[in-house]
Design a protein around this ligand. Structure first.
Ligand SMILES: NC(=O)C1=CN([C@@H]2O[C@H](COP(=O)(O)OP(=O)(O)OC[C@H]3O[C@@H](n4cnc5c(N)ncnc54)[C@H](O)[C@@H]3O)[C@@H](O)[C@H]2O)C=CC1
Ligand SMILES: O=C(O)C(=O)CO
Length: 386
């Protein structure tokens, strides 16, 4: 028998039982569920990552929907348990859903939601912060200062890289990759080279227009190039930021051989998923190339780092906080709750998961739709005409 898991209950007499496997920021998401007759149960267990057994215990015998986290393993076992309990809705509180076996969800007829759009700029801003911090050696310099080692200005002290006029490389120019590219191009006047399976037309137009603006101002214009291979980006860029989804095609996209093709003084940033980089190969590369720098938000075996990484002065490491702004995290909670609520209420799927603003407006009720269901087509769910 699974151990009981501690929960906080809101609206105990609600008709639909919705579980959140973690407390989430804000209260709007709770209120929206309560207003629509949901009993909301929030897991308050102290342990950070819940096991499959913990979640099965939470689901129990009757559960209409679950809001879960990217740290959880949503495979056949959990979707079977949810389905047995009468549940038809699950949402990750995340845009990435590599922790979810969507085929298993399809098998049990469970809708899988995610939270695109609301975290695009926040995540891109962290990638930009890591790029700047690595270029200007901010963490090393901060440690030096706090250690009381600063005894006066010196011409060689913490000399880093100037970004202006250099080339930023983006791998995966979707929502976040494109937002990051725009920040780096506009903010630091960098040229852009990107690689994606699809053409990022709006991004290209933006860089062209900005280049023309700079030229008309008598300044050096910026340029863009769509690379025909990822290797072209790795060879040519000075700062490379990774923003693809994690799947079979992107696992260990950055490996020993590819690291070797990058410039010796390049900067690599990863705010996508840890396994996109072969972290053992990366540690070795950092050891061999002290001028090569990385900024990492995600790790191959989260929450752990591969041996040696923590000791590398040329690595900046932060604990998967790229989407961690208050507005974004509250918005993610709202979108996740509305995905689950919408499915329970039989609402259609919102037509464009990139335009989720109407769901985030606190001064108006949200549209009667599920903001983003990734297996809507596979389940044959109707699309909203709103
Ligand atoms: N560190 C963090 O806290 C966060 C991480 N993420 C990660 O970022 C990922 C991207 O998010 P979005 O930009 O919203 O998704 P998106 O779907 O808009 O962009 C992903 C892009 O990757 C491209 N892509 C897929 N396979 C590729 C390949 N083999 N080579 C090159 N490009 C490829 C796609 O064509 C697409 O344009 C998420 O899936 C998630 O894993 C997202 C938010 C926060
Ligand atoms: O949304 C995601 O995919 C994250 O990694 C956390 O914001």
């Amino acid at each position: 028998m699974a151990k009981p898991v501690s929960v906080e209950v809101w609206n105990p007499n609600g008709k639909y039982r919705v579980i959140s496997t973690k407390p989430m920021p804000g209260t709007r998401w709770i209120n929206l569920l309560i207003e629509q007759d949901c009993r909301v149960e929030i897991c308050t267990e102290k342990k950070t990552i819940l096991s499959v057994e913990d979640i099965i215990a939470l689901i129990g015998n009757k559960c209409d929907g679950v809001i879960g986290q990217l740290t959880e393993d949503w495979g056949d076992t959990l979707f079977a348990a949810l389905s047995r309990a009468g549940g038809k809705a699950f949402s990750n509180m995340a845009v990435g859903y590599n922790n979810v076996d969507v085929n298993a969800a399809n098998k049990y007829g469970v809708a899988v939601g995610n939270t695109p759009g609301v975290l695009t700029e926040t995540t891109a801003e962290l990638a930009a912060s890591l790029s700047l911090s690595a270029a200007r050696r901010i963490v090393e310099a901060d440690e030096f200062m706090r250690a009381g080692l600063y005894d006066g200005w010196l011409p060689h002290l913490f000399v880093g890289n100037l970004l202006k006029g250099q080339t930023v490389g983006v791998i995966g120019a979707g929502r976040i990759g494109s937002a990051y590219a725009r920040m780096m191009v506009e903010g630091f006047k960098m040229n852009l080279i990107y690689y994606d399976l699809y053409q990022a037309t709006r991004l290209e137009k933006f860089v062209t227009a900005y280049g023309e603006f700079l030229k008309s101002n008598g300044e050096q214009p910026v340029y863009w190039k769509r690379a025909s291979s990822m290797d072209e980006v790795l060879r040519e860029a000075d700062v490379i930021s990774l923003h693809p989804v994690l799947d079979k095609t992107t696992y260990h996209l950055i490996n020993k051989e590819r690291l070797a093709t990058m410039k010796k003084e390049a900067i690599l940033v990863n705010c996508s998923r840890g396994p996109v980089v072969d972290e053992v190969a990366l540690v070795e590369h950092l050891k061999q190339n002290p001028m090569f720098r990385v900024g990492l938000d995600v790790f191959e075996d989260e929450p752990f780092m591969k041996p040696g990484l923590a000791e590398m002065k040329n690595a900046i490491v932060v604990p998967h906080i790229a989407s961690a702004s208050k507005w974004t995290r509250e918005g993610m909670a709202t979108l996740a709750a509305l995905n689950v609520l919408g499915k329970i209420k039989g609402y259609p799927i919102w037509g464009d998961p990139n335009q989720v603003a109407p769901f985030l407006n606190e001064n108006a009720p949200p549209p009667a739709a599920c903001p983003s269901i990734v297996n809507a087509k596979a389940l044959g769910l109707p699309v909203s005409k709103l």
